[in-house]
Design a protein. Structure first.
Length: 386
């Protein structure tokens, strides 16, 4: 995709369908789940795959693909290229962090039990090493204020592991405020960034670790994610996987000692997911061209259109108090004593794709997560069906 603006995409239907083919048949409002691929990612994958039938797949890698993908990902979060590893799923990145640190019995980690399981289970698995978990207490789902974190800190707190945005309520945390205070106290900060990277600025200046797969807001293929490890923290995070790629092995000959690469590539043990990364690179280039601040503004505009309309129709909307500093691209709603699963089925029949989400008490909610290429007309069509 050449240089283009969000306004051009939204105002010219021929461009929009060409760049986002899903738009031709489906009103796709579920990017917080799994995104459809834009045509730039499809084309990059198909061009590379077409070349690969001609011989050694690595001979046809686009020039500097891995390096450039790391750089584009770094640009998106304000990191350095050498702080980005291409390791795939968020779950894998978070597990690398959980298992790669030198935990001592009695250390504790601050987490949110109601986060997505990918950001709960890796920390739970450390309990067998004597690590204790401190669970945040929030008044509303996912609403984590900096003070909620700080009041749990004690002399054995080693890390806070939080999501940049709650996957159901859409509450976006103040990463800078939390990270700055944790750093001043010598406490590590790990962020599951999958619900904001590609949609909102996700600053890592005061963050030690971040993991995010490409298949949501980054509009990339499944399992082509990024792992950010702050340069100064890399010496603390030991690689838990070993292979030909992250260790020195000249001429593919194993050496007498383990000599890891001196940057984030130390976490990339083996052959890269080249087809996935080819697509991810194209999506990242598009997001960088459009500008993350422009994307964030558009998503907040959409949110401001949706919430009053939903409230006027009698729906309860999570995190609807209008504080844009903590708002995201996620709008989740329900109506008491109404079966939301039936409404989702009705929307599916109308080719409107949303997500059905569940609470611990069994209640069901509808989650909307439009991206920048969705139009006002599409949102109005959804509202008409409601």
């Amino acid at each position: 995709m050449g240089k283009m603006t969000i306004e051009q995409i939204q105002s010219d239907e021929s461009i929009r369908i060409a760049e986002f083919p899903v738009s031709e048949k489906t009103n796709y409002l579920a990017h917080a789940a799994v995104c459809p691929l834009p045509s730039c990612a499809r084309d990059a994958i198909s061009h590379y795959a077409a070349a690969c039938v001609g011989g050694d797949q690595e001979d046809f890698i686009p020039p500097s693909l891995l390096r450039n993908t790391r750089q584009l990902a770094a640009n998106l979060i304000g990191a350095k290229m050498k702080e980005i590893a291409l390791v795939g799923p968020t779950s894998l990145g978070l597990s690398f962090i959980a298992q790669g640190l030198d935990w001592q019995p009695g250390d504790n980690i601050i987490i949110n039990a109601d986060d997505y399981p990918s950001n709960v289970y890796p920390w739970m698995a450390l309990e067998e090493k004597g690590v204790k978990l401190k669970y945040l207490k929030t008044h509303e789902l996912g609403r984590i204020e900096p003070e909620n974190v700080f009041e749990l800190i004690d002399s054995r707190t080693r890390m806070a592991a939080l999501a940049s945005c709650h996957y159901v309520s859409g509450y976006r945390i103040n990463i800078d405020a939390i990270g700055r205070e944790l750093r001043s106290r010598g406490i590590l900060f790990c962020v599951d960034g999958i619900q904001t990277v590609g949609a909102f600025p996700t600053p890592v200046e005061h963050v030690d670790f971040l993991a995010a797969d490409a298949h949501k807001w980054m509009l990339g293929p499944c399992a082509s994610g990024i792992l950010y490890v702050k340069h100064e923290t890399q010496k603390q995070l030991k690689p838990i996987v070993q292979g030909w790629h992250n260790l020195l092995c000249p001429d593919f000959i194993a050496q007498d000692t383990l000599n890891y690469k001196q940057d984030s590539r130390r976490y990339e043990a083996g052959t890269a997911n080249l087809l996935g990364i080819a697509g991810h690179h194209a999506s990242l280039a598009m997001l960088n061209d459009l500008g993350i601040n422009n994307i964030a503004k558009d998503l907040l505009d959409k949110r401001n259109q949706l919430i009053p309309e939903l409230l006027s129709r009698g729906y309860h909307v999570l995190n609807s108090d209008g504080d844009l500093d903590n708002a995201s691209g996620i709008v989740t709603f329900h109506k008491p004593n109404n079966d939301m699963s039936k409404l989702v089925a009705k929307l599916e029949q109308a080719r409107i794709k949303v997500s059905l989400r569940f609470m611990r008490d069994g209640s069901k909610l509808i989650r909307l997560s439009p991206h920048f290429y969705n139009t006002t007309n599409e949102l109005n069509r959804l509202l008409d069906k409601l």
